[in-house]
Design a protein around this ligand. Structure first.
Ligand SMILES: [Zn+2]
Length: 413
């Protein structure tokens, strides 16, 4: 290509960079424009501190907090401002703050979002560790997006949060616990943009054994998917006979928190590069995805491993499994269709919804297929799915999958 033609193409790319094109991958229906352009974009940092009005203090100085301003509207009505890290952005407006009043009183709090609409039912905590849904009598949400919380305050801080807090530090602790088992090792495979370790768990990693890969928390607010991932992994490392048999035949790599910066900064969706990481599995513009994909290629190549399944845990409005259609990955070649059938038998009164599709968009599920010819699933958990069921289904998912993989591959390796 001549120099002038190159320049002309560069110019064309520049002026079309806001729209999704063939250059950046297929669009996803619920995405805002430009999501699959994963070049680094600027983000706004929230101002950290204690904001005090009439003796009421609101604070965001902790990991996972998101609160961008506090205003007075009338005698007992105040406003909390919540902004995304940048926009346009997927509608998952995370918020988290702690609040107290020097004198005991009840106040109304209007939740005001920039570039977003209220989504998460508020959780309430006395210590930032134990959570319960805010009493329904203290919460009103109207069609016109005026969400009001009625809070009873005294001089002790109370936490209000879109979901339970599971921060980078909490993840480190969990990873450490799982890695306490003799057949599990922990490895930092790289660093986030802000320098947090991306810690992977290697379970029974053995060059002769086919590999299951589990990832989670590309999207910071998606705590229920993360809870399901923990239940799933804990079942894989348990001491029962099924898990022991499984680990004699299969290896597992787990990367439980791919976006630790977004989690600790209280982001709605993106990493510190201002990008939706689960749209970066084609061009690897962001360090979190790029380091993980390099690590995976190196491990798989060095050990000549077969990747049998990739699982990516997320959250959305309902429990849902994104799978491949039969044309993209023949049903009988994999285990996912049988897995869903057995899950439905295990939970006959629950709706186990499947949405199958192709492998065009630059998400992790499609990357597993395109890079490793592996079957893959995006495992979505509802925002408000009862936590006991999230765990029960996470454990059952692991159990059924171990059974199916053993049935399918026993004797082959
Ligand atoms: Zn997600």
């Amino acid at each position: 290509m001549t120099r002038s033609l190159t320049l002309f193409c560069a110019f064309l790319l520049l002026i079309t960079s806001c729209s999704t094109s063939k250059k950046t991958g297929a669009p996803i229906s619920y995405d805002p424009p430009g999501s699959t352009n994963t070049k680094t974009k600027p983000i706004d940092l929230q101002k950290k501190g204690t904001f005090t009005l009439d003796g009421i203090s609101v604070n965001n100085e902790y990991d996972g907090a998101r609160m961008n301003g506090f205003e007075k509207l009338s005698d007992s009505l105040y406003r909390i401002n919540i902004h995304p890290e940048n926009a346009p952005i997927n509608m998952s407006p995370w918020y988290s703050f702690k609040i107290r009043s020097a004198t005991p009183r009840e106040i109304y709090l209007h939740m005001k979002y920039r570039d977003g609409k209220h989504r998460y039912y508020p959780d309430w905590s006395n210590d930032g560790v134990h959570w319960e849904p805010l009493d329904s009598g203290r919460y009103t949400v109207h069609d016109n997006d005026s969400t009001i919380l009625k809070l009873k305050l005294d001089d002790k801080y109370r936490w209000v949060s879109a979901q339970e807090l599971w921060t980078f530090k909490d993840n480190e602790k969990w990873v450490g616990q799982v890695a306490g088992q003799s057949f599990v090792t922990q490895e930092a495979i790289g660093e986030s943009r802000e320098g947090k370790e991306l810690n992977a768990l290697k379970i029974a990693l053995n060059p002769k054994q086919p590999l299951l890969v589990v990832i989670s928390r590309q999207h910071p607010p998606e705590v229920t998917g993360y809870l399901a991932m923990m239940a799933f992994v804990e079942e894989l490392v348990s001491s029962n006979d099924l898990a022991k048999q499984f680990r004699e035949k299969f290896s597992v790599i787990v990367l439980p928190m791919l976006n630790p910066d977004g989690v600790d900064n209280g982001h709605w969706r993106h990493n510190t590069g201002g990008v939706d990481l689960n749209r970066d599995w084609k061009y690897y513009n962001q360090p979190e995805i790029d380091q993980f994909q390099k690590y995976m290629h190196q491990v798989v190549k060095t050990n000549k491993l077969d990747v049998v399944l990739g699982l990516d845990f997320h959250s959305t409005h309902e429990d849902l499994l994104y799978t491949f259609n039969n044309e993209t990955f023949p049903d009988e070649k994999g285990v996912v269709k049988a897995w869903i059938k057995r899950l439905r038998e295990e939970f006959p009164t629950e709706r186990i919804t499947e949405e199958d599709g192709g492998a065009q968009s630059p998400v992790s599920k499609n990357w597993f297929l395109n890079e490793f010819k592996a079957e893959a699933v995006t495992y979505e958990v509802g925002d408000d799915t009862p936590r006991e069921f999230v765990r029960a289904k996470g454990e059952a998912s692991a159990r059924i999958l171990m059974e199916l993989l053993l049935e399918k591959y026993a004797g082959h390796h």
